[in-house]
Design a protein around this ligand. Sequence first.
Ligand code: HEM
Length: 353
Amino acid sequence: MSSGQKWKRSRHLLTPAFHFDILKPYVKIYKTCADILSENLNEHADTDCQSKRETNHPYVSAVQDIAMTWLLRNKSPWLYPDFIFYRTKQGQKFKADCDYVHKIAEDIIDKRRRELESEDLSHKRYLDFLDILLTAKDESGNGLTKEDIRNEVDTFLFEGHDTTASAISWILYSLAENPECQRKCQEEIDKVISETKSGRLEWKDLGKLDYLTECIKEGMRVHSPVPGVSRVNTQPIKVDDVTIPPGTIILINFYALHHNPTVWGQNHMEFKPERFNRDNSEKRDSFAFCPFSAGPRNCIGQNFAMSEEKVVLASLLRRFSFSLDKDHKVDKVIAAVMRPVDGIKLYIRSRDN
Ligand code: HEM
């Protein structure tokens, strides 16, 4: 949420946390998490998955509720003044959810701070994001303040889970809707895994999942997990013969960009992964597809996100096949990320059966 010099300094301090060498060991962590998810799904495989409802972690539920209330407040000008909003039921719940989310971030920071105090960092080969936040100093030897650190951890906790959860869910939805594409992904995943020594995907294998990568990109085009960003211009901007005065709120709509019929054709709503094969990608303007935004303020976690999506989807598709519940209508709502109005409901079948 910061801007100007403050943003520049944080971005500079944190960029090393997303170096490939730091991301590599995360493959194991994504895999462990994907296995837990698979075990949870396995309980429902080949049964009526809708008869049981999973409950979210309270952190995930709080973030979802915050986003929905943010949407409600945006649409309700009478809730704009704080002295009204925080007197309403939603405002009070919003405040309690924010306090809870902040508390989780503070607990994580305190725990790592204690660990760092009792640890010799010189033995650590790579410092992860939290190590960097807690130890980083700029050229003048100043570290981040307690509040700065909390704000960064909040951003990463939110950006790091809600976005990829949206992307993975919508991609699975499209794969369930397009069984032929799903089958091709499974064939590719089976082949790549069968060629590994350990029987598990490692960092170097992720680059071999070409077709899955096409499906991931196409899913992020069709559904645009982060549908747009906004900016306030500090300088006048001239677009053709229109000048936008400084101080204007400008919305950059990635969802519309990803559905521009001039670029994507009249069938832009259809899921066609081949749009992202090498030939087709080379023919297109590189700014036609911007799920992670573009420019200096683009997504710092995009390589992290892509590798997480590959590992999680590969683990799920290796074990299960997914099909649509055709009786359940899936509508979209933008609440920070692209969410389904009433969930996405898929049937899960174990592939061993
Ligand atoms: C599919 C997953 C993701 C998508 C689609 C996505 C998309 C985006 C977009 C569009 C922006 C630009 C926001 C703006 O300009 O206002 C952004 C910024 C950001 N993203 Fe992501 N993101 C994803 C995953 C992640 C992950 C996994 C992390 C962290 C581990 C992350 C961390 C960030 C951060 C910290 C920023 C702010 C960067 C800055 O302001 O310099 N994102 N993301």
